[in-house]
Design a protein around this ligand. Sequence first.
Ligand code: CA
Length: 236
Amino acid sequence: MPATILLVEDEPAIQELIAANLARAGHHVVRASDAESAQRIVREALPDLVLLDWMLPGASGIEFARRLRAEERTRDIPIIMLTARGEEQDKVTGLEIGADDYVTKPFSPRELVARIKAVLRRRAPQVTEDAVELGGLRLDPATHRVTAADKALALGPTEFRLLHFLMTHPERVHSRAQLLDQVWGDHVFVEERTVDVHIRRLRCALEPSRHDGLIQTVRGSGYRFSVHAQQSAVAP
Ligand code: CA
């Protein structure tokens, strides 16, 4: 279950230790030592999860978490707070601002990796290896296969990731910018038209089994994976 994890930790030794353990668990780690540089990183590409130290120089981890939760673009990023504090009130504050979990230092690297896995499974199913079945399609990240009625469909790697995200977030409209963030990991340097190109390819790949109708265009808004037939008002 490889994910891109933004690690925000100001103590070099701890940062190094955590980064090494996350890399060993197969994750891609991006590091920051304070909230300001973490903010810059997030502005360019959304991580799958933020591992956030509470006590940072400048803005605190709590302040940074609040900022992430306040913006629509970053609201849904899973956050795990790291802290040396073990007091109940701190834990409550951490969970109140919307952190998904809370780990008190010192912690075992194995425990941290397990917590990350649990949070990703709950909050970011598109980065897990769990198979998804919906609307007659089955997508298996472990084998990289998409099947319809046991027949394999041929999808390119980007179309596969796009379908994986859409199937794990069905019945919701995603703007092109959101899809760029979630599937390409970049909304700054990739043009929005790129999304349309890959949506077209995805529909072509789903056409042989007549599942292309699951990928719906919502005019003026974006795209949606839906098992319900599209209303004529928003077609074609
Ligand atoms: Ca610290």
